[in-house]
Ligand binder design. Sequence first.
Ligand SMILES: [Ca+2]
Length: 220
Amino acid sequence: MTPFISDNQDHNRQSQTQHDGKAFGKGVAIGAGIGIIGSYVASLSASAAWATTESTLGEPQPIFLQSEISITSEQEMYEFLELAHEANWHEEDINKMEAIIRDNLENGVEIKFSDQLGTGSYGEYNPSSNTIEIMPEALLGGHQTLLETLTHETVHAHQDAADGIWNSSLQPVGLGINNSGIEVVESYYTEYSFADQVLEAEAHSATEDIEATLDSLDIL
Ligand SMILES: [Ca+2]
């Protein structure tokens, strides 16, 4: 399995979130994700679109979805945020997620939650369709991983808009690049063009301080 999208030539480019394993070992997390989500989905009927996550613990829990969903309206956003409430997310994290989702809604960017496991990424942004796709592994990773993934892909959406939203080319938005962003690119994006490495470095750097990033993008 490669963590990279190989074809950048056909204007169907997808920018991927590749985390650096800061929160947990990547291979372990994705391997566990396949087992847990796979058996979870298999054990449930397909009748309800939403699965609630009730927890008796006070700690924030991962949000579980029963099937693929997309967020293209405020109503769908509120339904998703309700799941975060039920999963004991802290109010400040729910507020950040709402701000991110709302920003994408306002920019015409669809957020899809995929049921596609084992892609090797937590999320992707497709500038041809203006769609953020969040993978099951990002949900399973918990609130911090999900917020980082959403932030990363939202930076790509802003990079797309910075170069014209109705084309599939991107340019940096000027958030700056830090050491953690450089380290991730040196580890996972060596096959990318230099221009794409800069885009990824900016998007990965942006997850180190999510609040500062959202502030810089006028999202918070
Ligand atoms: Ca563009």
